[in-house]
Design a protein around this ligand. Structure first.
Ligand SMILES: *[C@@H]1O[C@H](CO)[C@@H](O)[C@H](O)[C@H]1NC(C)=O
Ligand SMILES: *[C@@H]1O[C@H](CO)[C@@H](O)[C@H](O)[C@H]1NC(C)=O
Length: 263
């Protein structure tokens, strides 16, 4: 089993979509998705052509360099407006309803990407103290934690034992609070995503509070470019309780952003 970092997955889904590999999808849905790829308004804020090369070698994770190029392209354009995104999602839901119900992977991912577009786009563009992209830093840390774990260990347990330095970072704080704030203003945002239940989100909040202290999910996105040392010394006196981490296996999904899919 291979786990893929949440945000990377959403970038990849967009890239897959951009490459127009619409296998086994209804004609109505295929036509709608094809139209989206050529839509001028969408292309003005989301660069399909720039991120499509990411999926050229299917099966393997894109390199950090490929991810950086995709992020440069995405963050170099203005963010798509909420109204454009919600109109697009309404169109996709109506054209692709049967495919989404049948769990067609690409139709489902496009729907998820549209649902989570706003916090995901923000999260893709956060930079760290050395000017690198946060999601690439977080993905690398996540992979390292997973790789150093015993084979077959439940990822939740793995993260329960993960070093604070890898989890409680300014980048993860920025990403986590961006998603949680989005969920607060859009309480139904995650209801389409069957892999993430409200219970999972609560578990994840407890888990992160346990590991990183209560201020970690205080709703402040904070400064992702702050140095880790400064950030962690400020939160050093916060109570931490690893027991909270023993939660549902999906609990880190929305948060440390680890495991949305097995590929
Ligand atoms: C195509 O989709 C149908 C149901 O939607 C499924 O039963 C079938 O296995 C799929 N075929 C391929 C090649 O994925
Ligand atoms: C910042 O992120 C990049 C990846 O985007 C990473 O290579 C670098 O090590 C990170 N810097 C710090 C201080 O973690």
């Amino acid at each position: 089993m291979k786990y893929i970092y949440f945000i990377t997955l959403l970038v990849l889904a967009s890239a897959t979509f951009g490459s127009a590999q619409f296998d086994n999808i209804s004609d109505g849905c295929k036509n709608k998705l094809t139209a989206l790829l050529g839509d001028q308004n969408i292309n003005a804020c989301f660069p399909f052509t720039a991120i499509t090369p990411l999926v050229s070698n299917t099966g393997s994770m894109p390199s950090q360099d490929a991810l950086k190029k995709a992020a440069d392209a995405i963050c170099g354009l203005p963010k798509c407006s909420d109204s454009l995104v919600s109109q697009t999602q309404t169109d996709v839901k109506s054209a692709c309803q049967a495919d989404i119900t049948a769990k067609n992977p690409i139709a489902t991912l496009v729907d998820v990407v549209l649902t989570l577009y706003s916090p995901t786009r923000d999260s893709i563009c956060f930079k760290n103290s050395t000017g690198g992209y946060c999601f690439i830093e977080s993905q690398a840390a996540t992979q390292q934690v997973l790789q150093s774990a015993p084979k077959g260990q439940d990822p939740t347990l793995t993260f329960a034992g993960a070093p604070k330095e890898a989890v409680c970072t300014p980048c993860n704080k920025a990403i986590v609070n961006t998603y949680l704030n989005f969920q607060k203003t859009n309480p139904n945002a995650f209801s389409d995503i069957k892999e993430i239940t409200p219970q999972d989100i609560d578990n994840a909040k407890s888990a992160l509070t346990g590991k990183c202290g209560p201020n970690f999910i205080d709703g402040q996105v904070g400064d992702s470019t702050e140095s880790l040392d400064k950030f962690q010394s400020q939160s050093a006196n916060q109570k931490s309780d690893a027991m909270y981490l023993i939660a549902n296996r999906m609990s880190f999904v929305a948060l440390v952003g680890t495991i949305l899919a097995t590929i």
